[in-house]
Design a protein around this ligand. Structure first.
Ligand SMILES: [Zn+2]
Length: 170
């Protein structure tokens, strides 16, 4: 579904052809010669850990990965900064207003449903708001960071591994 190439040129309407460009097969318009690159989708996720060293997870309400736990996560919109996207997704899913502490992790991930994704994960601190499941979440709650359920996304697990390494001695 994601990363789906065009069939016709959105600029001039001509049917696209496959051409080898920069060593890769790509779609190109025969008339206006526009090349259509297929790029990963930008995804943002948040690691919010409380004073008890528990991490905030959400239980997904909808497909894909319904009834699986994950970090607050979602797609960046074109009209917002990537940091704002992470904080918006956090607030939509948990009703927590956060503040970015740092970029924790960046990974490419191939997802059978969404296609190729670039997943950025931010460490976020809690600024305001009672934690409540919102939007795509049926539940939002803290888990001890060393005792979490299996997550829907491998990239989330890797980001949490980064967090544990970063704060191992604290
Ligand atoms: Zn064209």
């Amino acid at each position: 579904m994601a990363n789906k190439p065009y069939t016709y040129c959105p600029h001039c309407g001509e049917k696209l052809e496959i051409a080898v460009i920069d060593g890769r097969a790509r779609e190109r318009c025969r008339r206006c010669e526009t090349v259509f690159y297929v790029n990963p989708l930008p995804v943002v996720s948040s690691v919010l850990v409380n004073a008890k060293r528990e991490v905030l997870l959400i239980l997904r309400k909808n497909e894909p990965y319904k009834n699986r736990w994950c970090l607050p996560i979602g797609f960046a919109e074109a009209d917002e900064s990537i940091e704002d996207a992470a904080l918006r997704e956090l607030e939509e899913e948990t009703e927590v207003k956060g503040r970015i502490v740092r970029l924790l992790d960046a990974q490419t991930a191939n997802d059978s449903f969404y296609g190729n994704m670039l997943v950025l994960c931010y460490e976020v601190e809690h600024v305001d708001g009672e934690i409540r499941a919102g939007d795509d979440a049926q539940e939002a709650r803290f888990f001890p960071i060393d005792d979490i359920p299996e997550l829907a996304f491998k990239s989330n697990e890797k980001a949490l591994e980064k967090y544990r390494e970063l704060y191992r001695d604290s």
